[in-house]
Design a binder for this molecule. Structure first.
Ligand code: NDP
Length: 340
């Protein structure tokens, strides 16, 4: 079976490609420019012509994917900007929304075989800032959209990103529902929180890491976080689990028309540092920062919580532990010669 992966060179997407190829799928990968092809080709050379490439320079253009969707069984759409440092929120919203709609419109027009379209959304389109509340997939982060509408460029970077993901996922479901009766395919949204883990994609230095991986690099090696920030329990998931979730979502009939949060649970930032210290000791690495000097777990007040019921019921994938994920990530940083 042949699956399209958009933005295949990204941190998350390349793990999805890896998992698909390991599971015997043919993969058609879209990238923005030809220069992104060589790394993927080399990394997956053993799979030969099971991996093919199409360059789509502007995903927001109507019809951009028309020539890409022939002969596919499924589509996984991941390409979307994940950054906080933009001024105009439209820099995030336009590619997120128009890119998603452009993929879906081409899938709607496509002849025949497509059975499922999976959108890589985010838990931020469910909600993030109501701490200690257990979010479920019934919820939508409309407050981020309202905030950006009201404040525009003055909105916080995280909120701009949250609005882009919420608007894109809402637009996807709206278009899908409008055409659903006549479509041969159904749709799934995967909604992960912060994704961490070893990098397979092409990165030359830590400064150029994708947003979430850079966060772990800084958390372990740059003492830029306040104690208050380190006592915050954000939610997270390992990138390999997200990849496995995509493949499971392709294969499980019951995933049809569902949004599914895939999250490992809230973890205080300091606990990631503690895991990094343990990993560093076993890997013979120095330089992991101390973080909070006298860490007391009782001081953790704010947690970001998502229900795992749907993930367990429908996808049933395993969840990687903090220690395993942190160790593998640090081992990867070490191999790249990045440990300060
Ligand atoms: P990366 O930055 O590593 O990858 C982003 C991918 O999207 C790249 O292929 C990139 O292409 C492409 N892309 C970015 N902006 C545009 C644009 N304007 N037009 C076309 N393509 C674009 O990020 P991640 O792998 O972390 O993110 C991938 C997806 O996962 C995103 O949809 C993100 O919202 C979602 N996600 C990520 C989480 C995380 O913690 N990492 C958490 C939850 C969801 P290029 O390399 O050419 O710029």
């Amino acid at each position: 079976r042949k699956v399209l992966v958009t933005g295949a060179n990204g941190f998350v997407a390349i793990h999805i490609v890896d998992n698909l190829l390991k599971n015997g799928y043919f993969v058609r990968a879209t990238i923005r420019s030809e220069s992104k092809e060589a790394h993927l080709k080399k990394l997956f050379s053993k799979y030969g012509d099971k991996l093919e490439f199409v360059v789509v320079p502007d995903i927001t253009r109507d019809g951009a994917f028309d020539h890409v969707v022939d002969g596919l069984d499924a589509i996984l759409h991941t390409a979307s900007p994940f950054q906080y440092d933009v001024k105009d929120p439209e820099e995030l919203i336009r590619p997120a929304v128009d890119g998603t709609l452009s993929v879906l419109k081409s899938a709607i027009k496509a002849p025949g075989n497509i059975k499922r379209v999976i959108i890589l959304s985010s838990s931020v389109s469910v909600g993030l800032l109501r701490f200690n509340h257990e979010y479920t997939e019934e919820e939508w982060n409309d407050s981020a959209i309202d905030d950006v509408k009201a404040k525009g460029k003055e909105s916080n970077g995280l909120v701009k990103y949250m609005a882009s993901k919420t608007l894109a996922e809402r637009a996807a479901w709206e278009l899908y529902r409008k055409h659903k009766a006549s479509l041969p395919w159904d749709m799934v949204a995967i909604n992960p929180p912060y994704i961490f883990g070893p990098n397979l994609h092409e990165v030359d230095k830590p400064e150029n890491l994708n947003t979430s991986s850079k966060r772990w690099f800084d958390l372990f090696f740059n003492p830029i976080f306040s104690d208050q920030e380190l006592y915050f329990a954000g939610n997270w998931v390992d990138v390999r689990d997200v990849a496995a979730a995509h493949v499971a979502a392709l294969e499980k009939e019951e995933a049809a028309d569902e949004r599914i949060v895939i999250a490992a649970g809230p973890v205080p930032e300091q606990e990631f540092i503690e895991a990094a210290k343990r990993a560093a000791a076993s890997l013979g690495i120095k330089g992991v920062q101390t973080g909070i000097k006298k860490y007391d777990p009782a001081n953790v007040k704010n947690s970001v919580i998502y229900s795992s019921k749907k993930r367990e019921r429908i996808l049933g994938i395993k969840i990687t532990s903090v220690d395993e994920s942190v160790r593998d990530t640090i081992a990867d940083f070490k191999e790249r010669g990045w440990i300060p």
